[in-house]
Design a protein around this ligand. Structure first.
Ligand code: UGA
Length: 532
């Protein structure tokens, strides 16, 4: 067994089996000689110092771009590619196509240090990297199954274009077993050159809006591999993060002290499973909190006090227990659905996950019910939607609960005015009939109601006294529980949140409208109906 050393990446290739695939012994010998005497040292010279590698990233979406930029910041030489020519042009010109805190500055310093470049030519990127990160999207089809066509096509491209051994790292979120399938496809397409490739699964756990911070301060790095050398190489790629030898672009030397990052080595299918199980568990936790909120509403308890006390138990933990409009985004809804599909395919009915999914969908109807109860008829009412992104600190509106709320409002004939710090451009493309306002107060001008859909800081600090003067009716449905009932009552707002009771406005309380009951007892109604 011999091992090529490309830079400091021990690309563990079994020379004998590599040669077996070659048709003639001399060709093989020549290639080995060329590699060890000429190309290898050249790669060494061209590449960087300790553990610095040439890395390619395929797919410049959220995961790919953050991964590429942060790996460059960690010292690697990175080439990113995407089929979206406009996106690559923007990146090449120094722009940032997505909103992600700190990404702009990380990209800027990587460009300045000449450690990152962009290309629309996948072959160029595939040839450049010793390690290739696959970060393409796996959208769900109509029936909920994931669409692997982009990943399969990539396996073919990598097999055709690679001219030297590669570690191919699957980072797209793929259903369990897809990582193994990708490996099988790559090897099949590579045919006699299969030994050029090793495949690893390296699921990402970054959150949008906190992705750069999560990249540099992960809880764990999972390496799903089929051979030990792939784990060694992945560890080398992340060594500066594991050993905390990087200049943090966020905390300027003052990083919060966290526990040591664990490097978890598993096989590929377990790595994919870890990703699905983690996302689905968090989604489950949110839906649990939301059902709890429903119960609290019925019995007059405050869900925030309940979940806060629950979260003090370290076995439960305080995070992902916030009730409200529920989860959205590209990850949770897709992952939950794909995990349900996967379990069904092996004969397991993942009933609790299905329940979590339907609890999440119900949030939208509950929110609209609150609005209907207050306004009675929605047709021709002006409703202000505050927040479009699926959560704060992102411009991502995919599967955003806010968009579902808007869809229903428009269907019922309401006029919608919307505001969001980053999500307006993307929403405009879907709902051109909505009017968009950078200033949230403008969005609330003349409104019969405001619905808070996203937990942006901006909406946490709104001046409701000012908003109240602009609105036609002081009515707020708070889908993210950002305000206090007391404060809203003091400002004479009619205020509804999730799992924390209802606040009638002060004037409603002072001047209750006595509506005489038409039917005191439902049994009477039945009798009356029968009598008629
Ligand atoms: C999620 C996971 O948190 C990441 O670990 C994972 O890497 C990522 O998916 C992914 O699979 O790529 P993300 O979708 O960016 O990250 O956002 P989260 O912060 O997890 O929030 C997801 C949704 O849940 C948002 O709509 C948020 O508003 C909602 N949420 C979150 C709640 O309704 N309540 C909570 O208590 C927490």
């Amino acid at each position: 067994m011999a091992t090529f050393i490309c830079s400091n990446l021990p690309l563990g290739i079994d020379l004998q089996s590599w040669c077996n695939g070659r048709c003639d012994y001399f060709k093989c010998k020549f290639r080995i000689a060329a590699w060890s005497w000429f190309i290898g040292p050249m790669v060494d010279r061209r590449s960087l110092g300790d553990n610095r590698l040439r890395v390619s990233v395929i797919g410049c979406g959220h995961v790919g771009l953050v991964t590429g930029a942060c790996l460059a910041a960690a010292g690697h030489q990175v080439v990113c590619t995407d089929t979206d020519a406009a996106r690559i042009a923007m990146l090449t010109a120094g722009g940032v196509p997505i909103y992600e805190p700190h990404l702009g500055s990380v990209l800027r310093s990587a460009r300045k240090a000449r450690r990152i470049s962009f290309t629309t030519n996948p072959a160029e990127a595939i040839r450049a990297g010793q390690a290739i990160f696959v970060c393409v999207e796996t959208p769900a089809r109509e029936n909920g199954e994931a669409d692997f066509s982009a990943i399969d096509h990539l396996a073919l491209q990598i097999a055709q274009e690679a001219r030297s051994p590669k570690l191919v790292i699957e980072k797209s979120t793929v259903p369990t077993r897809a990582g193994a399938e990708f490996r099988r496809s790559l090897f099949a397409y590579a045919n006699s050159r299969a030994n050029y490739f090793r495949v690893a699964s390296n699921p990402e756990f970054m959150r949008e809006g906190a992705a750069v911070s999560d990249f540099f301060h992960p809880d764990r790095i999972v390496a799903g591999v089929e051979e030990q050398s792939a784990a060694t190489d992945l560890r080398a790629i992340y060594s500066s993060i594991l050993e905390r030898r990087f200049t943090c672009p966020i905390h300027a030397g003052n990083c919060p002290s966290t526990r040591e990052v664990e490097f978890v080595v598993t096989d590929i299918k377990e790595a994919d499973l870890i990703k699905h199980a983690s996302d689905s568990f968090l989604a489950l936790k949110i839906s649990y909190a939301n059902v709890l909120a429903d119960i609290c509403e019925k019995i007059g308890a405050d869900v925030e006090r309940v979940t806060r006390a629950m979260g003090l138990d370290p076995r439960i933990g305080a995070q992902f227990l916030k009730a409200g409009l529920g989860f959205g985004g590209f990850c949770f809804p897709n992952d939950v659905q794909a995990f349900i599909e996967l379990s069904a395919s092996v004969g397991i009915d993942f009933a609790i996950l299905k329940a979590a999914e339907s609890v999440n969908k119900e949030r939208i109807s509950l929110c609209l019910d609150k609005l209907r109860k207050a306004l009675w008829v929605l047709k021709d009412k002006r409703v202000s939607v505050l927040g479009l992104a699926f959560k704060a600190d992102t411009d991502d509106v995919r599967f955003s609960p806010a968009l579902e709320v808007i869809r229903h409002l428009l269907e019922e004939g309401a006029e919608v005015r919307a505001s969001d710090p980053e999500g307006m451009a993307r929403t405009k493309a879907k709902f051109p009939q909505v009017s968009y306002h950078t200033d949230p107060y403008e969005a609330m001008r003349g409104a019969d109601a405001a619905i808070i859909c996203t937990d942006w800081d901006l909406f946490k600090t709104l001046d409701w006294r000012r908003a109240g003067k602009l609105m036609a009716r002081k009515l707020v449905i708070d889908g993210r529980n950002l305000n206090s009932h007391q404060a809203m009552r003091d400002l004479d707002f009619e205020y509804y949140s999730f799992g924390r009771g209802t606040t009638a406005s002060r004037s409603q309380l002072e001047n209750p409208v006595e509506t005489p009951a038409l039917i005191e007892d439902p049994c009477d109604a039945v009798v009356t109906a029968k009598a008629i």
